[in-house]
Design a protein around this ligand. Structure first.
Ligand SMILES: O=C(O)CCC(=O)C(=O)O
Length: 212
């Protein structure tokens, strides 16, 4: 039986329960291995000097939080080259995009770790190449661990918003007319992660094309 596919807006598709627990466990362990390694987690400082409320890890390319540009190495942090994007990670994103009726060939994955106080302000993902934005090549988001209160609105900050709870194993794909919708995370529902993951908090992986 295929997983459900819920269209929140045209081109914005929620895939609840897409990943099995085993698939989730493999992703969690792999993220933790990289995150705890020499080119591991860091807390980005954004343009205005504020700290983000997540720990971050960029795979494939590095997203510079000061310049909002992608680059080969972590110039705004420790200068180390971005770790490679594991092909098994990309394969998950390609499957999710296909399930939502879209396609992408990811060249970057941004992994965010949210602790109990983690959140992310409303923003657009618009730092990828103009051609991929114009084509509406989707962002694919994978949630692991505690459920997030994911907020998605319109093409301006003040448009009406929907709250979509993203649970562990869910996918969320937004492309086409929804590629530039404002979105963010208002917070977590604590202690909702599957116990088998041994994950305190939440990991989110967003796959993007057009960072290279
Ligand atoms: O954590 C999430 O679900 C959203 C992450 C996000 O908006 C981003 O990485 O740009």
């Amino acid at each position: 039986m295929s997983a459900p596919c819920l269209e929140v807006y045209p081109g914005a598709v929620h895939l609840p329960g897409f990943l099995s627990l085993d698939e989730q466990r493999v992703l969690v362990e792999h993220c933790q291995d990289i995150g705890n390694g020499p080119t591991g987690w860091y807390v980005p400082t954004v343009r205005g000097g504020g700290k983000m409320r997540v720990r971050m890890l960029c795979l494939g390319r590095h997203w510079n939080a000061r310049t909002y540009r992608y680059e080969a190495s972590r110039r705004d942090h420790d200068g180390r080259p971005a770790p490679p994007l594991p092909p098994q990670f990309s394969a998950v994103a390609v499957r999710m995009a296909e399930a939502a009726g879209m396609r992408l060939t990811p060249d970057v994955c941004i992994v965010n770790y949210y602790d109990a106080a983690g959140k992310m302000g409303l923003h657009q993902d618009k730092d990828e190449r103009p051609d991929t934005l114009a084509l509406g090549v989707p962002i694919v988001s994978v949630s692991l661990g505690d459920t997030a209160k994911f907020i998605i609105g319109g093409l301006t900050r003040k448009d009406a918003k929907a709250m979509v709870p993203l649970a562990s194993g869910d996918g969320f794909v937004f492309g086409g007319l929804s590629r530039l919708r404002y979105h963010g995370v208002a917070g977590l529902l604590p202690r909702t992660a599957p116990r088998e993951l041994h994950l305190d908090g939440r990991l989110n992986l967003t796959f993007r094309q057009g960072a290279a």
